[in-house]
Design a protein around this ligand. Structure first.
Ligand code: KIV
Ligand code: NA
Length: 263
């Protein structure tokens, strides 16, 4: 099959076809997920929790992200490879650029950063220098100590309005995609309808342009807390291939997320 590109994701949104995305941290799983039709592989800084065993994503370094990105890149053939910029690596546009270059040279095709309108200058600085950017709004795990835990975001009218203006500012600055994490399904729909860029939800309702899950969650191997938005796709399956294919099928045919996975 043909390689998935950033413009191809926009075309999927325009065509009304759901986008499939999973986190991935090594070469073997990259090959498996790519073979099963996952369109975007995210080297998430969730690796700090699911691979390294930390209780948050804060300890993850740029070197860690580059190492896992290079591993995933070796196993991947056609999926789009996105990598998270870790905590503390994008405090200014210049610092963000220097760090994003390391990830792109390791094999990332786009980078993701967590936060609202304060990042608009950084998004512009990166995109002007040929680094596609994915934004991340709602529950942004790098802000756990400011948020006071892993909680649903955008519940009040004022928080929802703030998220909409943040999303517009980031899109205007050049963001190509946005991840929406742990927000009311109704707000996920409003943002998806309002924005030209695709929205990829994780606990953001069924109306987002696509869905993402952490692989250790959707395979039922993460020993920690299971969030409401997680579905264990290994249930009823006899292979990891089948579980990943079930995720792709259920996102494409809109069976996932169901009401029980939404806020
Ligand atoms: O790090 C990660 O896995 C993520 C996804 C949950 C979107 O950012
Ligand atoms: Na992340």
């Amino acid at each position: 099959s043909k390689a998935i590109t950033v413009p191809a994701l926009l075309a999927l949104k325009k065509a009304g076809e759901k986008i499939t995305m999973l986190t991935c941290y090594d070469a073997s799983f990259a090959t498996l997920m790519d073979r099963c039709g996952v369109e975007v592989l995210l080297v998430g800084d969730s690796l700090g929790m699911v691979c390294q065993g930390h209780s948050s994503t804060l300890p993850v370094s740029i070197a860690d992200m580059a190492y896992h990105t290079a591993s995933v890149a070796r196993g991947n053939r056609t999926a789009l490879l996105m990598t998270d910029m870790p905590f503390g690596s994008y405090a200014t546009p210049e610092i963000a650029f220097e760090n994003a270059v390391k990830l792109m040279q390791a094999g990332a095709q786009m980078v993701k950063i967590e936060g609202g309108a304060w990042l608009a200058d950084t998004v512009r600085f990166l995109t002007e220098r040929a680094i596609p950017v994915c934004a991340h709004l709602g529950l942004t795990p790098q802000s756990v100590h400011q948020l006071g835990g892993y909680k649903v975001q955008g519940k009040s009218d004022s928080a929802a309005a703030q998220m909409k203006s943040d999303a517009l500012a980031l899109q205007e600055a050049g963001a190509a995609i946005v991840i929406l994490e742990a927000i009311p399904a109704a707000l996920g729909k409003e943002l998806t309808d309002m924005l030209a860029m695709p929205t990829i939800g994780i606990g953001a309702g069924p109306d987002c342009s696509g869905q993402v899950l952490v692989m250790h969650d959707m395979l039922g191997v993460f020993p920690g807390h299971k969030a409401k938005f997680v579905k264990d796709f290994m249930e009823g399956q006899t292979s990891i291939d089948a579980a990943v294919r079930a995720f792709v099928t259920e996102v494409k045919n809109k069976a996932f997320p169901a009401a029980e996975h939404c806020f």
